[in-house]
Design a binder for this molecule. Sequence first.
Ligand SMILES: NC(=O)c1ccc[n+]([C@@H]2O[C@H](COP(=O)([O-])OP(=O)(O)OC[C@H]3O[C@@H](n4cnc5c(N)ncnc54)[C@H](OP(=O)(O)O)[C@@H]3O)[C@@H](O)[C@H]2O)c1
Length: 318
Amino acid sequence: MATPMRVLILGGSGFVGGAIAGQLVKQGYFVTVPTRDRERAKSLLLLPSCDVIAANIWDPAVLEREIAQHDVVINLVGILSGDFERVHVTLPRLVAEHCARHGKRLLHMSALCADANGGSEYLRSRGRGEDAVHAVARQTGLAVTMFRPSVIFGEGDNFINMLARLVRLFPIIPLGSPDARFQPVWVEDVARAIVVAMQRPETIGKTYELVGPQVYTLRELLTWVMHTISRPRPVVPLGNGLATLQAMAFEFPPGKWLGALLGVEMTRDNVASMRTPNVSSAPFPALFGEAHRLEDVVPTYLAMRFGRAQYNQFRADR
Ligand SMILES: NC(=O)c1ccc[n+]([C@@H]2O[C@H](COP(=O)([O-])OP(=O)(O)OC[C@H]3O[C@@H](n4cnc5c(N)ncnc54)[C@H](OP(=O)(O)O)[C@@H]3O)[C@@H](O)[C@H]2O)c1
């Protein structure tokens, strides 16, 4: 019997990494997830053929050794604030160079609307990161596939859960960028796309936009979340200026501390990103199956955390 493929997931300790590792392990792959903090990746420790290792991937020798020891590399490392150039450009270039040197297949996670001339530093750095990886591929023949998801939902997400937390905590919601548009895609659909692409050589050299079946404004999503957890609240839409001020308040103490306490991260650059509609002109790629509707997935996990079901759970636990 052939030895199962070994997959290295950089940035695999997060939300998307958990879903990808779960699908890979189910299919018999060996998975390694390096992390700066094993505690953060504790849910992965239960997966039978997944190795979570404390490793500093910024140490060139460590990064090269890990890449050399695996057959496929998935790079999910990403941030919403901080040193974008280092995380979204320098690291992807290094990963691509090591993959090329050792003849490894690379799957690179970017973001929808990534563009070196885009409307925020996040989107520009994502665009420059893609360009850097493409440049390595052109020079070396590196086998790379790229993914550009819209906002991703699923149990443990940071987006829908954050809206639900705000609704639960505040009697009135001042909402920046209410008309920002998104095409949310389910984390298990994203994970399936990456696993299928890894298995299909015809995806090499391609970039896939990963979006759900429907476009929503931020205000529509918030209203739907309120309805789903049965907590209607008045919404006060904020114009661009006020939205920027609101984000600024979350960037510096004490707003930053409050944000950390509430699990709300918002920066002026995030507000700038939301000015670019986060939607695609193409549907979810048929090669990866069908994308699920938000309405068919989210109520289950929102109900468990915020809705009536938590009281049922509470009763069941007594
Ligand atoms: N979630 C979304 O809605 C969405 C939408 C579009 C694109 N994406 C992209 O998809 C990827 C995965 O998203 P996610 O939601 O799973 O993110 P996440 O939960 O925040 O996980 C991010 C991962 O990146 C690693 N990381 C962050 N900064 C790092 C640094 N300076 N050095 C080393 N590792 C670092 C973290 O590893 P540690 O264990 O070491 O902390 C973590 O495993 C990201 O690139 C993200 O930008 C996500």
